[in-house]
Design a protein around this ligand. Structure first.
Ligand SMILES: Cc1cc2nc3c(=O)[nH]c(=O)nc-3n(C[C@H](O)[C@H](O)[C@H](O)COP(=O)(O)OP(=O)(O)OC[C@H]3O[C@@H](n4cnc5c(N)ncnc54)[C@H](O)[C@@H]3O)c2cc1C
Length: 391
């Protein structure tokens, strides 16, 4: 069964095959051991960085490959379809497009200082946006950055910050102007890219359902001194900068999930062909094969929407609804595939030996983050169907 990403030309095929050959060195056994020991996949990250892949969508003048989101999606889908699953994607995800705000709004000095090290993997970044009391309503974040003479003093709390234990830098969204003094609630937010290893920052891991090799954390910030050199762009425009990278983020996330869904489907159909009960392959039963055929169709449709959104983005056309719809379709298709993979394996689907239970635990996160399906539907209802804002 073909479970690799759709490609349209030789260059794309080369990206897919090269990334796949790196991923193939890291087996299900490797990833499930890391998952059970809660250990970070350093070797995998080093292999991806050594191949130059962290710079796939970074400008060439800083050592990147200068490709668009289409090529980055092929890369991330390939990683998602590997044994590393969501953990492998999450271990490198931020470096791929999460630092787009620096590329687009950083100063020449900042780009020179940071981008080459991000591309080489020397700088590992995490993303500090979500807060416990704000949730999806980002404008309500409480982390405050107070301007002093030539620096800011930052205090507050972030939650769910993935890879904060390994990162040396954090993309930190803060409020610099009280919300009640702003014209729009999303005004007055300011973005920083600063060192996370600092005595004013403490990090606590959140025990969670899966993706144990890639930690998510609570980050407590108490009177952190940050100089103006670490501020990205203009004070007060941070939310706009984050918005700029949301569409590529949705597209890459969708691509990852499609890869993951395909791998679950591959495992399910392999098992359905091998397992015999009542003297025949279980795959001969339509109650086994039809749901798998449905998953194949759903994943294919999600992939077409994802690549369409990527093409729109890369040709500078609006793609908000398409990128959101891609994430929505992928998350559901991926979830159905994991669910079906477990059911197809029967009791063995619940055992660690076949890995589909690990896939399922990791896939669940894609229903919730980085954007929930409910918020995507809100967006599409409002923007495409012109229905009233419901919240
Ligand atoms: C594994 C994992 C890794 C993560 N990594 C990071 C990271 O690295 N950095 C980071 O900043 N964040 C990270 N997050 C956080 C993630 O982005 C948030 O969990 C997500 O944005 C949802 O926010 P919330 O959990 O606060 O949900 P809430 O905002 O509390 O929402 C709870 C539920 O209510 C629904 N809901 C809320 N409002 C509405 C509405 N108006 N209409 C309909 N439904 C609504 C939501 O859809 C959701 O189902 C991560 C989360 C997970 C699970």
């Amino acid at each position: 069964m073909q479970f690799t990403a759709l490609v349209k030309n030789d260059e794309h095929r080369q990206i897919r095959d090269s990334v796949q050959s790196i991923c193939d060195q890291f087996t299900d056994k490797y990833w499930s051991e890391l998952d059970s020991k809660h250990e970070f996949p350093y070797e995998f990250c080093e292999a991806i960085a050594a191949g130059g892949w962290l710079g796939i969508a970074m400008p060439e003048e800083f050592g990147g490959s200068g490709y668009g989101v289409t090529e980055a999606a092929i890369m991330m889908q390939t990683i998602g379809s590997s044994a590393g699953y969501f953990a492998a994607c999450s271990a490198v995800h931020i470096n791929i497009f999460g630092l787009h705000s620096i590329v687009k709004h950083g100063s020449a000095i900042q780009k020179e200082k940071w981008l080459p090290s991000i591309i080489s993997g020397k700088l590992r970044a995490c993303f500090g946006v979500t807060e416990p009391d704000a949730g999806l309503d980002t404008s309500k974040i409480k982390t405050r950055a107070i301007k002093k003479k030539d620096h800011y003093l930052i205090s507050g709390q972030k939650i769910w910050t993935s890879t904060a234990q390994q990162a040396n830098k954090i993309v930190l969204l803060t409020r610099t102007k009280p919300i009640e003094e702003c014209i729009k609630p999303t005004d007055g937010l300011t973005l920083f890219f600063t060192d996370i290893k600092n005595p004013s920052i403490s990090i606590t891991e959140i025990p969670k359902m899966g993706r144990h090799s890639v930690n998510s954390n609570q980050v407590f910030i108490d009177q952190l001194m940050v100089t103006e050199e670490d501020r990205i762009g203009q004070e007060g425009d941070g939310f706009r900068y984050i918005l700029d990278s949301l569409n590529p983020e949705r597209i890459l996330n969708a691509a990852e999930i499609i890869g993951m869904g395909r791998r679950a489907l591959y495992k399910a159909s392999t098992y359905a062909n091998e397992r015999e009960v009542f003297g025949r392959q279980i795959g001969k039963n339509q109650s086994i094969q039809h749901p798998l055929a449905e998953c194949w169709s759903e994943l294919y449709a999600a992939e077409l929407m994802t690549m369409h959104a990527a093409e729109l983005y890369d040709s500078n056309q609006p793609c908000g609804a398409e990128a959101n719809a891609a994430k929505y379709l992928a998350a559901d298709a991926g979830f159905h595939s994991c669910d079906r993979a477990i059911r197809t394996h029967g009791g063995m689907g619940y055992a660690s030996e076949y890995h589909v239970e690990r896939y399922f635990r990791e896939m669940m996160a894609c229903q919730l983050a980085p954007i929930s399906r409910e918020m995507i539907l809100n967006y599409i209802a409002e923007r495409k169907l012109h229905l009233p804002k419901s919240y």
